[in-house]
Design a protein around this ligand. Structure first.
Ligand code: HEC
Ligand code: HEC
Ligand code: HEC
Ligand code: HEC
Length: 286
């Protein structure tokens, strides 16, 4: 083992301890609401379906990232009166037509990749005819959360597909998601330990892209092949990440053993020196 390896091993152990001692970095404090966001302010004082979006939106990823209602609806959020706020000059879009919500979410700078994927599948064709099942079926409208499997419930598929089929489909995707979360956690661990993880990260990103494509397209033609590739890639990534993690854990154990061993030697030498010193002093007194 080279000296560099030992030094990096030392840092593997020392850095997390130092990090813990300094205190983990605090998450950024929530931004105070922007005074000039009159969309939310006025709508909060309205009733029913005009008021409801405000509370739902407050807990969403969009609000959390500091965006306002106008991100999606357009209009002028700094205007106090309704006419100016809803001005078409500021591209106020009102309540979008259900058949157009996919385009509404995928507009420039927003979710173009997801829209692209969605357009390739049978659900998009259905949305163009009936407005369902669009992005909101899985992601919601105002209370949009960071995407995870939780957005898919068997119940929401069963409105159009047989209950058994819906349950199987959601279970299949739940299985993928569980595997993906485990790999993600192990890659994070490798990254925290300053181990090599870039190649795994690249493969992970490709695989996750394919997974998202799978849930957004649902095309009958490539379902089976994509499903098989996904299953294989998740299994292979999982075992690669796990073996890397266990190699690192073994190194940690070895390092601690070395440390204890080294300490024992130092204590041994010190004790020996003291004993010898005391002995010699006694001899001299005699
Ligand atoms: C001073 C109050 C006020 C402000 C400011 C305001 N709105 Fe409204 N909004 C209303 C009222 C009242 C309605 C009900 C429809 C109507 O009267 O035009 C409404 C309706 C809406 C609708 C539903 C339209 C439909 O077709 O059903 C949306 C979407 C909307 N507002 C978004 C916004 C956005 C985005 C902003 C900020 C850029 C905003 N509002 C600012 C009062 C306001
Ligand atoms: C992430 C994009 C997005 C954001 C941000 C957003 N909305 Fe909406 N909003 C939509 C979509 C999409 C619809 C259409 C929902 C549907 O047809 O079911 C909608 C519908 C509405 C409606 C009509 C509700 C109804 O049932 O008639 C109102 C009113 C409204 N939004 C107000 C707001 C206000 C006020 C805010 C800010 C507090 C806001 N929205 C933020 C996407 C958004
Ligand atoms: C059948 C349910 C479903 C529908 C319909 C759906 N999504 Fe998703 N979407 C998901 C799931 C599940 C994930 C989470 C994937 C993951 O965990 O990585 C996701 C992830 C995402 C993400 C985050 C990942 C990324 O690529 O950045 C975005 C953005 C997104 N969807 C946008 C959309 C848009 C826009 C539409 C409509 C055009 C849409 N989704 C329609 C289920 C759906
Ligand atoms: C509003 C109705 C509707 C909802 C809700 C819906 N779907 Fe679909 N789905 C369709 C239509 C329509 C097709 C196209 C059927 C065809 O082409 O024969 C389709 C096709 C599919 C396909 C392609 C394979 C096939 O059998 O044609 C899959 C997979 C699928 N849906 C899964 C889901 C899942 C998972 C959910 C729940 C998250 C869901 N769907 C929710 C209407 C819906």
């Amino acid at each position: 083992m080279t000296r560099a390896t030992w030094i990096s091993l030392f840092f593997c152990l020392a850095l997390p301890l130092a990090g813990a001692a300094l205190g983990a970095e605090e998450p950024a404090a929530p931004q105070p609401p922007d005074e000039k966001d009159y969309c939310a302010a006025c709508h909060e004082g309205l009733a029913g379906s005009l008021k409801k979006p405000v509370a739902e939106w407050r807990g969403s990823v969009h609000a959390g990232a500091g965006n306002r209602c106008s991100l999606c609806h357009g209009g002028n959020p700094s205007a106090k009166d309704k006419t100016r706020a809803h001005s078409l000059k500021d591209h106020f879009a009102g309540k979008p037509d259900k058949k157009l919500i996919a385009e509404f979410c995928g507009k420039a700078g927003c979710h173009a990749t997801a829209l692209d994927q969605f357009r390739r599948g049978p659900h998009y064709r259905s949305v163009l005819k009936t407005g369902e099942p669009g992005c909101a079926l899985c992601h919601g409208v105002h209370n949009i959360q960071r995407s995870s499997l939780d957005v898919m419930k068997a119940g929401s598929c069963a409105a159009c597909h047989p209950a058994e089929y819906s349950k199987d489909m959601v279970a299949l995707i739940a299985g993928f998601e569980k595997g993906i979360d485990e790999i993600d956690a192990n890659i994070r661990l490798l990254s925290d330990k300053h181990a090599e993880f870039r190649d795994l990260q690249d493969r992970f990103n490709n695989m996750r892209h394919m997974f998202r494509q799978f849930v957004h397209v649902f095309s009958r033609e490539d379902m089976e092949s994509t499903r098989k590739i996904l299953e294989m890639e998740i299994a292979s990534l999982d075992s690669d990440a796990k073996s890397k993690v266990s190699a690192i854990q073994l190194m940690d154990v070895l390092y601690i053993v070395m440390l204890i061993f080294g300490l024992a030697i130092v204590i041994g030498i010190v004790t020996y020196t003291i004993v010898m010193y005391v002995k010699r002093k006694r001899k001299r007194k005699k």
